[in-house]
Design a binder for this molecule. Structure first.
Ligand code: FE2
Length: 473
């Protein structure tokens, strides 16, 4: 069966049909490699670890169900797109939707099929290079700023690639209920990786749409009617501090950068009951916030000067007041909605102006660890932050906007990245970036937890990033 180089000779490879054979592992080995002569029991090329059911309850069946759900979500997110939208890349930091769809597939092929399937041969030999993001241990990645130039493979060819790899992963998962722990953990990692890219796909698309004078909408907003915000009498929530534990406990999935769990000492502190709103930012602007160097870090002030910043990203003054670009197109700014698309520099300057500061990531996590992960995530369909309401002591801790912390992204004490190329996932970025917490209105709810550490450069503001004030008691 032809499974290689489907585009070189113009013949699309036949899809893999599942046929009931006596030995499913033989079947995988033969079909995945297109080798019907030397079929033999599947033998992982690397140690696939112990059977993986005792600690977490995860089985091949549960992973397969997650796999189908997450992979289908990526396709569903693209339903509103026109064909021309799939190749958009408006700046070097963003990627086209088509590239996200291919790269997430590349991840499963590179880190599951290649190492664990005997003599596996890639779907297309060029894809190893084209859709490698930053894994130097795999090979030299294709130039990131030029991803938008990849008009080929076409969208339909990338969709074919997705279907082929999906079928192979599911065949692998269906082949045995005793797959090793390493395979299942790597597939689970690939699913969380794909959820990260689902969020990036939307944030990148928003940026690309924004530079188009037509200001196209991704889809109509399902934003509910405006809500009256009831400010509590005391806008601060107090915490005692002391020696606290931060980091993942080892129950359920986490990225390696959330480990190891360790102790930290916190002085008593307060967090604001809600993130900063648009009206708060307007007050900062009205008080000359973008014109006062004393409020800004030196690098931030340089950026303000260089790029002539006077407002958050996507904001535009009109004759009828401020408007901003959203995934539903350009709309009037709603004053009490939570503010987003602020850089770390803007968040830090705002906090200084407000006679407060940003929380450390340990403070944020300590406050969040007893709270249920609930809020405005991608499943609400709003794709924009809501108005914070006083439903709990800390409103919008999860969802709506990623909250900048004052913590630089660095390894926890005792942190060790995984061996091999997959160890490049997080560890090598632990320099010059800042930690954000809590997820956003375009995050998948199942992807977010109190210990999750997101990270971006201080100048970045195309993510759904905002801030919550903190102060020492
Ligand atoms: Fe990636």
């Amino acid at each position: 069966m032809k499974t290689q180089e489907p585009f070189v000779d113009g013949i699309i490879a036949e899809p893999l049909h599942r046929e009931p054979l006596d030995n499913e592992l033989l079947d995988i080995d033969a079909r995945v490699n297109g080798n019907s002569v030397t079929a033999k029991p599947i033998a992982p090329a690397v140690d696939d670890g112990d059977s993986y059911t005792a600690a977490t309850g995860l089985t091949p069946a549960t992973i397969a169900a997650q796999f189908q759900r997450v992979r289908a979500n990526s396709i569903a997110l693209c339903e509103p797109l026109e064909l021309e939208d799939y190749g958009l890349q408006a700046m070097a930091s963003t990627s086209p939707p088509k590239w996200h769809l291919a790269h997430t597939t590349w991840f499963f092929e590179t880190f599951v099929l290649v190492p664990y399937i005997h003599n596996y041969q890639r779907w297309h030999p060029a894809f190893e290079h084209l859709f490698n993001s930053y894994y130097n241990g795999i090979g030299t990645p294709f130039s990131r700023p030029q991803r938008g130039l990849l008009s080929r493979p076409s969208v339909s060819e990338v969709m074919e690639y997705r279907r082929a790899i999906d079928e192979r992963i599911l065949t692998l998962l269906e082949s045995s209920q005793t797959l090793g722990r390493n395979i299942l953990e790597t597939i689970e990692l690939g699913l969380h990786h794909e959820q990260q890219h689902q969020e990036l796909l939307l944030t990148d698309l928003k940026y690309s749409f924004h530079v188009n004078p037509l200001q196209p909408a991704y889809r109509a907003s399902r934003r509910p009617a405006e809500v009256t915000q009831a400010e509590p009498e005391d806008p601060w929530v107090a915490f005692e501090g002391g020696v606290v534990e931060v980091g993942a406990e080892g129950q359920g999935f986490c990225f390696d950068n959330e480990t190891p769990r360790h102790r930290q000492y916190l002085e008593p502190f307060c967090l604001a009951w809600r993130p900063v709103s648009n009206s708060d930012v307007l007050a900062f602007m009205a008080d000359g916030g973008y014109q006062r160097p004393e409020l800004w870090l030196a690098d931030g002030w340089d950026l303000v000067q260089r790029e002539r910043l006077t407002a958050p990203l996507y904001w535009q003054r009109s004759d009828n007041g401020w408007r901003h670009f959203t995934l539903a197109g350009q709309v009037p700014l709603v004053a009490n909605q939570t503010a987003c698309h602020l850089s770390y520099y803007e968040a830090d300057a705002y906090a200084r102006w407000a006679w407060a500061r940003l929380p450390t990531e340990a403070e944020w996590e300590h406050a969040a660890k007893s709270q249920v992960v609930a809020g405005n995530f991608i499943d609400t369909g709003q794709c924009h932050p809501d108005v914070a309401v006083s439903s709990s002591p800390l409103a919008q801790l999860f969802g709506d906007v990623w909250e900048w912390t004052s913590s630089s992204y660095s390894p926890y004490p005792g942190y060790a990245p995984a061996a091999g190329a997959i160890g490049e996932y997080n560890g090598k970025f632990m320099c010059n970036q800042m930690v954000l917490r809590g997820g956003s209105c375009v995050s998948d709810r199942a992807h977010i937890r109190a210990t999750y550490r997101n990270f971006f450069y201080p100048a970045d503001r195309w993510q759904f990033s905002g801030l919550r004030l903190a102060r020492s008691r």
